[in-house]
Design a binder for this molecule. Structure first.
Ligand code: DPP
Ligand code: ZN
Length: 853
């Protein structure tokens, strides 16, 4: 497959004025009629006539006319990627009408029009529309859509939905008109036997918007939280960004078979059902939090993505980085900002830093791809959001808001680039952002090194930065790093605090001070870098006790734990344990924050830390030492664990709000400590038996499974929930991710043979194979290679059906060069086995090729 390059971008030859689509639905023979008004792009008209090139994949062309006249056979050539009409047969403005036939039922890739348990639905981002009809399938071709849907003859799909406003309907048909011009990737269609949960929202200017969440019959009671999150998102975007909704109706549909989390189709968002449906009995606090975030994210795309879209797919971060940043701001406002920041950093490190450290490293704006689906990555999304956070810090919140106002005003209705985005900031702030722009083009995680010196009443901070080489980018240039800092006096008071703009390879900063301060560096995680700063245990303990910045305070504890887990083995530093006990007990601290302070780094974090200093981590050893430290922390907590457990019961019926969730999280940490010292897991068992909500049940079940216990509970759980797909996914996941290393591979193997391991469903596949490969390093990396073999066997099986989900999971093998020679050889052999499959998809082929490069 060819490599697509940013440098090769050319304006489209033809633009579209409007399109009328008619879809006559049938499981294996859906007819799609497209009537398209094309015109020669004026920006290219002086180049003379051009071939009409339309993308199309897996389509059967029934007929094609231009201005009502059939296109002659010899003027039209078809290939596996689309069709071309010779320039001589293409007027400068014309109506193209084509009829194609497609088979949604056999579309297992879940791109284009497909079926999910009897229901028709679409996924067109990035390039699914070309599986529905022939089209210039690129985001800079925008038009208004009128869509007529004729339901299947058997009446199995009475509800027929598409984008925009309903303009007509009758027995078995409906017509929709979207007044907003949009690119094809935002097209959506849904048809099925669905029920709507409805509500209303009055916009700031007083317009009434009908809100509908469409679900399968019986799922209606599980939509309340998603609806609440939607209304809060709509209000927040008005208040925070001045953005009002722009149609009379906003619809969300929950779909069971979905490759991604959700999709922001104009006026008709389509969601993976796990990010819509929730009830206290079936969803955890973490599920509620994800629902809130993703509902907000997709809604926010209406302005950052839909009203202003991307010129080409290299600009994906233009909409994704910004929309992630906006959903993070929203969650921070709705919940605890300090806790949210730590959670975002944990996620960034677990996904993006990991990506940046391996063969898949790429810039926030990549410059080439083979399959664009492979670039919906942590780098584009999470690092893309960090870049915007840095920009906001550098210009300040008021200028940021002015820049966004200008962005919406100047670019509404356009398909834009990162250059357009940065120009808005330059115009509003008067700053030169040419060096800052490197954040978009340079891959890799910068190392920020800090050295301090105290002499003659002067404190000196020497900063230096380097970025290690990444594939295709051996040399790196210095970046603009906003470094938030504080200097603390011995009584914990702030002697100095502020923001350093550090943009050189190295530079020294100095302050005259009354005493030697303790440095609190990179407050709020003000730049996505790895800090290298030798810090004494005494200073760490001091920051953990006194730092007024909740991020660096937490980070001090984290670096303590990492030092314990990666340094020479022995009794933990008593100063660390004492500091943990002090925060555990501190009633002034938010319970959610205390729970974070009491959590140890994940095995992946520990392994990354070991790899960063050039050693090969042994996943089994990491697991064992982490266990040992958990036990030591539990001992240090002593009776306090029981007291925390008893005093943080949340009274009354379950509510998903941040306060209640925070107390449950703290109580969960206390239960973990109790269980670490209780070989029978009796408190966890009792909690499992008495809990009236899924959060406390899963906390208990997770602890039991991670200790090799819980057989009885697992059986009871399964029989209680066997008819609920989303809950049974959790049952698979808890075992795949948490079964101890000795039996993990066998457990996953046995689970994969079960009848209810419906591996064609992406959620179910991820709940077992994905959870094992990403959540159970000690099991997955078993030294005999059986974990790798099991996963690759399943990837081979899935690839022929669903390339997108396969490729995403294949990227989990991207860490292979980090391990010892034995594991490296085993992982490489498995990757080569995958690469050698004759019918490997383009998606998986690209990923595996890059991993082996
Ligand atoms: N654009 C979607 C999202 O990130 C993913 N396809 O919201
Ligand atoms: Zn998005």
């Amino acid at each position: 497959a060819p490599t697509i390059r940013l440098a090769d971008y050319r304006l489209p030859d033809y633009l579209v004025e409007s399109v009328e689509l008619t879809l006559r639905l049938h499981p294996t023979a859906t007819r799609v009629n497209a009537r398209v008004r094309f015109y020669r792009n004026p920006a290219r008209a002086d180049e003379g006539a051009a071939d009409l090139r339309l993308d199309g994949r897996g389509l059967t062309l029934v007929s094609a006319t231009i201005d009502g006249v059939p296109v002659p056979q010899n003027a039209l050539t078809e290939d596996s990627e689309g069709l071309t009409v010779a320039a001589a047969h293409v007027p400068s403005a014309f109506v193209w009408e084509a009829e194609t036939e497609i088979s949604p039922e056999t579309n297992t890739a879940l791109e284009g029009l497909y079926m999910s348990r009897g229901m028709y639905c679409t996924q067109c981002e990035a390039q699914g529309f070309r599986k529905i009809t022939f089209w210039p399938d690129r985001p800079d071709v925008m038009t208004t859509f009128r869509v007529r849907i004729e339901g299947p003859a058997d009446g199995s799909a009475p509800v027929l939905l598409s984008n925009g406003n309903l303009v007509g309907s009758g027995e078995g048909w409906a017509e929709w008109q979207d007044p907003w011009a949009k690119p094809s990737y935002l097209f959506a269609l849904v048809a099925g036997d669905l029920r709507a949960v409805e509500d209303h929202f009055t916009t700031a200017s007083g317009r009434d918007v009908l809100l509908q969440i469409w679900v399968r019959p019986g799922d209606e009671p599980r939509c309340a939280y998603a609806m609440d999150a939607l209304k809060r998102s709509m209000r927040w975007d008005e208040e925070t960004y001045g953005r009002e909704y722009d149609l009379d109706r906003f619809m969300i549909v929950a779909v069971d078979d979905f490759n991604m989390g959700a999709m922001e189709n104009k006026g008709l968002n389509i969601f993976n059902s796990r990010f819509v449906l929730a009830s206290p009995e079936t969803a955890t606090d973490a599920d509620y939090k994800s629902i809130e975030t993703i509902i907000a994210h997709e809604y926010f795309h209406n302005w950052t993505g839909n009203r202003i879209t991307c010129r080409d797919w290299f600009q994906l971060c233009l909409k994704e980085g910004l929309t992630v940043f906006r959903d993070q701001q929203f969650s921070a406002d709705e919940r605890s900002a300090g806790v949210k920041r730590i959670e975002d950093v944990l996620r960034l490190r677990a996904t993006q830093f990991r990506e940046d450290a391996g063969p898949l490293a790429h810039p926030v704006r990549p410059t080439e791809y083979i399959e664009i689906n492979n670039f919906y990555t942590a780098t584009v999304y999470e690092k893309g959001a960090e870049v915007i956070g840095m920009l906001r810090r550098l210009v300040g919140p008021e200028v940021y808001r002015k820049a966004l106002d200008l962005y919406f005003e100047r670019h509404d209705g356009q398909a834009c680039t990162i250059e357009d985005w940065l120009r808005v900031f330059e115009n509003v702030s008067g700053r030169d952002l040419s060096q800052f722009a490197r954040w978009y083009s340079q891959a890799g995680t910068p190392r920020l090194k800090a050295e301090t010196d105290w002499a003659d009443g002067k404190f000196t901070l020497r900063l230096s930065q380097t970025t290690p080489p990444t594939p295709g980018q051996p040399e790196k240039a210095p970046l603009v790093l906003p470094v938030a800092f504080g200097l603390l006096g011995s009584d914990g008071s702030t002697l100095e605090a502020g923001l350093l703009e550090f943009s050189e390879a190295e530079r020294a900063f100095g302050w005259e001070l009354p005493e030697r301060p303790v440095l609190s560096l990179l407050r709020g995680f003000s730049a996505p870098v790895i800090v290298e700063h030798e810090i004494t245990p005494a200073d760490r303990a001091f920051l953990l006790a006194h730092d007024s910045d909740s991020f660096t305070r937490w980070e001090a504890g984290r670096s303590f734990a990492l030092a314990e887990l990666t340094g020479p083995e022995g009794e933990p530093d008593p100063a660390y344990l004492a500091a943990l006990v002090a925060v555990a007990d501190d009633p002034a601290l938010d319970p959610a924050y205390r729970a974070l302070l009491l959590s140890l780094p994940s095995e992946d974090e520990v392994m990354a830390q070991i790899a960063a200093v050039g050693r090969a981590p042994d996943p089994l050893e990491v697991w064992r030492r982490r266990r040992a430290l958990e036990t030591a922390v539990a001992r240090a907590l002593g009776d306090r664990a029981r007291a925390l457990y008893d005093s943080n019961v949340v009274p009354g019926p379950y509510t998903p709000d941040a306060d209640a969730a925070g107390r449950r999280a703290l109580r969960g940490r206390a239960l973990a400590a109790l269980t670490a010292l209780d070989p029978a897991g009796s408190v966890a068992r009792a909690q499992y038996a008495s809990a009236d909500n899924m959060t406390e049940r899963m906390t208990a079940l997770s602890l039991l499974v991670s200790r090799g216990l819980g057989k009885k509970e697992l059986a009871a759980f399964h029989s209680e929930w066997r008819h609920d797909r989303l809950v049974i996914d959790k049952w698979f996941t808890v075992q795949a991710a948490l079964t101890p290393p000795e039996t993990a591979v066998e457990t996953v193997e046995a689970l994969s043979r079960r009848e209810d391991f419906d591996w064609r469903n992406p959620n179910r596949f991820r709940s077992l194979i994905g959870a094992f490969a990403s959540g159970n390093p000690a099991g997955f990396h078993r030294a005999d290679g059986s974990g790798y073999r099991l996963v690759v066997d399943w990837l081979i099986r899935l690839d022929s059906l669903n390339p997108q989900t396969t490729a995403r999971l294949a990227s989990l093998l991207g860490t292979w060069r980090m391990f010892d020679p034995g594991r490296q050889a085993l992982m490489k052999a498995e990757l080569e086995r995958l690469a050698a499959r004759p019918d490997l998809s383009r998606d998986t082929g690209e990923i595996v090729g890059r991993l082996l490069r």
